[in-house]
Design a protein around this ligand. Structure first.
Ligand code: C5P
Length: 227
């Protein structure tokens, strides 16, 4: 089956500090986006990798993609993550894959094993996402400032990317959802369109880089990988 990857990288990513979007910051001499693109270029079974970016950063993206096999020319993202994914899905429509993996650029430590699990799960279930059991207890805290409820931790999972789908399923699901900006991942888009979304084991190393502290930790991880 033909499998393409959409790497969403059009966010402003400023919480990590120092002015440039986090996906263009360097870790151990390579940008976050380059590390992410390399991870997919080095995985089995991937045909094309499509970066979705803010066009203002086209030069930064070109540097990050230089020389990597399978990486397509980037397309412009939108105001929300959902709009950016939609732009990527539409850009693949002329030469559609059978399966598509949708991945946040801010998760550069995605491994070939996790990619293989994602492909297998998409083939089997049509829609599937990587999850981890929770370490922390989660509470809902409304504006009163007091705890309203605490869902049963045993049933909760945190959700990562790459999220994996049959291409036509997730493209059509996104086409139905143009007005709902509150859907923060593609599993929610698939669910809203009436699809069941399966889960497969995520990877604790596959963290989403968000804060300055995340970058400190990531530098250490990158240095340890060189040993
Ligand atoms: O901000 P957050 O880390 O949740 O964003 C997740 C991913 O979605 C990031 O890789 C970011 O670049 C991407 N994104 C996007 N377009 C937006 C907002 C976020 O591609 N408008």
């Amino acid at each position: 089956l033909r499998t393409d990857v959409i790497v969403v990288a059009a966010g402003s990513g400023q919480r990590a500090g120092d002015g440039i979007p986090k996906q263009y910051r360097s870790i151990g001499g390579r940008t976050v986006l380059r590390r992410t693109l390399e991870a997919f270029a080095g995985s089995n079974g991937i045909r094309h990798i499509l970066p979705v970016i803010n066009p203002e950063h086209a030069a930064l993206c070109a540097d990050s993609a230089a020389g990597l096999p399978g990486v397509l020319a980037p397309v412009a993202g939108g105001a929300t993550r959902q709009a950016s994914v939609r732009a990527g899905l539409e850009a693949l429509a002329d030469d559609p894959p059978d399966l598509v993996l949708i991945h946040d650029a801010a998760r550069p430590f995605v491994s070939p094993r996790l990619v293989a699990r994602a492909i297998a799960a998409a083939e089997r279930h049509g829609a599937a996402v990587p999850v981890l059991a929770l370490v922390d207890t989660i509470k809902s805290v409304p504006e009163t400032g007091f705890i309203a409820s605490g869902p049963d931790r045993d049933a909760l999972r945190s959700v990562q990317t790459p999220q994996a789908f049959r291409y036509a399923l997730i493209r059509d699901a996104h086409r139905l959802q143009t007005h709902s900006a509150h859907l923060t991942d593609d599993a929610a888009v698939a669910e809203a369109a009436g699809h069941k979304v399966a889960v497969f084991p995520g990877d604790p190393a596959n963290v989403k880089l968000t804060t300055p502290e995340d970058f400190v930790t990531a530098e250490r991880t990158a240095a340890a990988d060189l040993l």
